[in-house]
Design a protein around this ligand. Structure first.
Ligand code: ZN
Ligand code: ZN
Ligand code: FE
Length: 750
């Protein structure tokens, strides 16, 4: 019996062909396997029982990192083959090939680097077909060594033997290397002078630098980290000062899961996410035994934690070690990844540099995730996840979606695959914008997708929109919140219509106002704005994002009229002296765009509760309001939902209640919790009203405000109690990092 099998999914660069080869040999089958147009093709011939066993084992025993989306089997006439072969791939023809993400060190390789006497003992570039760098080292496809940044390293005879042996774990492991033939680390100062005494291992030297309180720049997989001992307050404070990072928490790397459990609460789902192949930074709650330096995550009950993922990390950190591992950049710039650039840009931050000579072709920041209802929820999608595509319901023409402005990513789609780029950052920075355009060129070439259509945000001033305008292609401008909702729909392959709740900072509306508290009845083709938060002026425009007191001041004025000083003297007395001018300007509508943003309401509540008047990093006020609420239970505050087209949701009565709280010694946790409870209740009442009008029983939640887990979980629970089917993001972030996927889905449907 002979069958022809097509396997689609993530089956290239993850040891799939050698696995097929070994399986065929074990079952005594003849035939061949080859990589073809984005899938693997197999023909297998032999005894019928063996062929059947082969087919079922393909999925059941697949390599750990392979993701199979489909296996198609067809019986074909026997050919009388006597052997099983791996046929070499044809180059450059494939459209939208799967390129594997960077994979964390596997258990087998980990054992080797820790076994004295093994030829890879202590070797920081150990990898195999189940692990190692992929995306960050690939210059072009097909994924063969000459097309990677390993091209300049010639394998020694021992490595070549492994590479050529189909029975070996390193068969066709493109970055295969050993201390004899592969890349190596050096430890240097900012001028490039060697620091390790002759004969000393640079990793040992780096460990002693960290132990003595130094800040070490470490070149890893997707870029440079800045590392120091997380228990050394002087070192952490110095790092914060030099990196110009005032208050935003720093991420740490723990030497083992046991070390994580020493300082944080870890559920089984969190442990699994921490130790999986993608190995993101996972946001965890600190435990009562938490004892890191105060400056790591000041005033924050949570901590971003990751486990070692590159061999160098496993070799550097002992099981009990906890190091700060923050991206190698100053605030707002993209992460450094090229050696000369890193030495220049990081010379005033790092004391020493642990560098290596394997170039990083594309940078990739650490991904950031949380566990929500037992499953991963991504806040930043980058290393370990890109460039794995999101599988679409229907085939789409080749297209490019340019994304948003902050936390930007773009999306290239073709066929049934949407490739969302790695996290790029905030485009208003020139360096970041160059990185953005360079990445688009790289992805186009890598994925062999030539867009015939370009989608962008409706905002005319976004740099991504201007980039889209510069391309000689048909364009489609997509409303920001429609894109947010479409991105959840695309992930879950929903046809719609759904009731989409898009709560975020701000996005450009079809009426020119700044939307951000939106209820859309949407499918991919169109949307109706069924409800929104009431418009409020944003005194000072963009400034009001960093300065939540501005909208709080407006609300106070609306509630108390001219006597606002007596209404809340503590709040007003802490304002900058020019507040009356700002308020007067807002009354006249000068430099005060109208907004329905839900994010700004959270900010304003934080300001009125005295939690935070000025944010030092994006979203800080809202985050601190969530943290103040914690798990405290709150009361339902009043709000109004006014029927109309669209419905209007007004939280002014809730702010009145916040203001009417006792002045002295009021319980912040209770009031912060009450604000969350009220928001969730108002969302659900609005969704129910829209559902009564439309009959739709499916809700989709998106937008940066849903990074707030207290709000997210409370909203989902309440919606489900009312019988709604609720969808949230699982593969891409709810913030603007997921926007491009929604733009792509909408463009494809037009
Ligand atoms: Zn391995
Ligand atoms: Zn070698
Ligand atoms: Fe947004």
């Amino acid at each position: 019996m002979r069958v022809k099998i097509e396997v689609t999914g993530l089956v290239q660069g993850v040891g799939f062909r050698p696995f097929v080869y070994r399986l065929a040999k074990r079952l005594n089958l003849a035939g061949f396997v080859l990589n073809l147009d984005g899938h693997v093709q197999i023909e297998a011939e032999g005894a019928a029982a063996a062929v059947q066993a082969f087919v079922s084992a393909l999925a059941a025993e697949r390599p750990p990192q392979a993701i199979i989306s489909e296996i198609r089997v067809k019986t074909v006439p026997d050919c009388g083959d006597s052997d099983f072969r791996i046929v070499e791939s044809e180059a450059g023809k494939t459209v939208a090939p799967f390129v594997a993400p960077d994979l964390a060190l596997c258990a087998d390789c980990s054992r080797e680097i820790h076994t004295s006497g093994n030829r890879r003992a202590g070797y920081a570039f150990t990898n195999c077909t189940n692990c190692g760098p992929r995306y960050t080292i690939i210059r072009r496809v097909p994924y063969d060594r000459p097309n990677t940044t390993m091209a300049d390293f010639v394998m020694c005879p021992a490595c070549q033997r492994e590479f050529d042996d189909p029975g070996n774990r390193r068969f066709h492991a493109q970055p295969n290397a050993c201390p004899q033939c592969g890349p190596s680390y050096r430890i240097v100062d900012a001028r490039g002078n060697e620091l390790a005494p002759p004969g000393q291992d640079p990793l040992t030297a780096a460990r002693s630098f960290i132990a003595s309180g130094a800040i070490v720049a470490i070149k890893g997989i997707g870029g440079y980290h800045l590392a120091c001992d997380a228990r050394n307050e002087a070192a952490v404070a110095r790092l914060r000062r030099r990196k110009l990072r005032e208050e935003k928490p720093l991420a740490v790397m723990c030497g083992s899961l046991a070390a994580v459990a020493q300082i944080c609460l870890v559920s089984p789902a969190e442990a699994e996410l921490l130790s999986g192949a993608a190995r993101p930074i996972v946001l965890l709650d600190k435990s009562s035994a938490y004892n890191l330096a105060p400056n790591v995550a000041p005033g924050n009950p949570r901590l971003g934690v990751m486990l070692p993922y590159a061999p160098v990390h496993e070799l550097l950190l002992a099981a009990a070690d906890i190091w700060v591992m923050t991206s190698g950049n100053t605030s707002d710039e993209p992460i450094a990844y090229q050696d000369e650039d890193a030495l220049i840009r990081l010379k005033d931050i790092a004391d020493v540099f642990l560098v290596h000579n394997r170039p990083i072709h594309r940078r990739a920041d650490d991904s950031v995730a949380r566990i929500v209802r037992g499953l991963p929820y991504l806040l930043r999608r980058s290393r370990g996840y890109v460039p794995v595509p999101v599988a679409l319901e229907r085939p789409v023409p080749p297209l490019l979606a340019c994304g948003g402005e902050l936390k930007s990513t773009f999306c290239l789609a073709a066929g049934r695959q949407a490739f969302l780029s790695a996290h790029i950052g905030d485009l208003e920075n020139k360096e970041t914008f160059d990185y953005y355009t360079g990445s688009i060129d790289h992805y186009r070439q890598l994925l062999n997708i030539t867009p015939e259509l370009v989608a962008c945000d409706l905002h005319p001033e976004y740099f991504s929109t201007r980039y889209a305008q510069s391309l000689p292609l048909p364009k489609l401008a997509v409303q920001h919140h429609h894109a947010h909702i479409a991105s959840v729909m695309a992930e879950h392959r929903l046809a719609g219509p759904v009731i989409g709740v898009a709560f975020d900072g701000t996005g450009y509306g079809t009426d020119g106002a700044l939307w951000g508290g939106e209820f859309l009845v949407a499918d991919y083709r169109q949307f109706t704005r069924a409800a929104h938060c009431r418009y409020l002026p944003l005194p000072g425009g963009a400034k009001a994002i960093r300065e939540p007191w501005r909208l709080a001041l407006w609300l106070l004025c609306e509630l108390s009229g001219p006597d606002l000083i007596n209404a809340d003297p503590a709040f007003v007395n802490a304002l900058p002296p020019d507040w009356p001018i700002i308020l007067r300007a807002a009354t006249k509508g000068i430099n005060s765009p109208l907004t329905s943003s839900a994010g700004r309401l959270f900010d304003a509540a934080a300001a009125l509760l005295g939690i935070r008047r000025v944010s030092r990093y994006e979203g800080q006020a809202a985050i601190e309001l969530e943290l103040a609420a914690g798990t405290a239970s709150g009361a339902l505050l009043p709000y109004t939902l006014t029927k109309g087209h669209p419905y209007q949701l007004d939280f002014l009565p809730a702010f009145a209640a916040l203001l009417a709280r006792g002045r002295q010694g009021f319980d912040r946790g209770f009031w912060a919790a009450s604000f969350h409870t009220t928001m969730a209740a108002a969302i659900v009442e609005t969704v129910r009203a829209i559902s009564a009008d439309t009959g739709i029983r499916t809700a989709a939640l998106s937008g940066g405000v849903f990074q707030n887990l207290r709000l997210l979980e409370e909203t989902i629970a309440l919606l489900e109690r009312h019988g709604f089917t609720v969808y949230l993001h699982r593969q891409v972030p709810p913030n603007d990092g997921g926007l491009a996927l929604g733009q792509a889905a909408i463009a494809a449907a037009q």
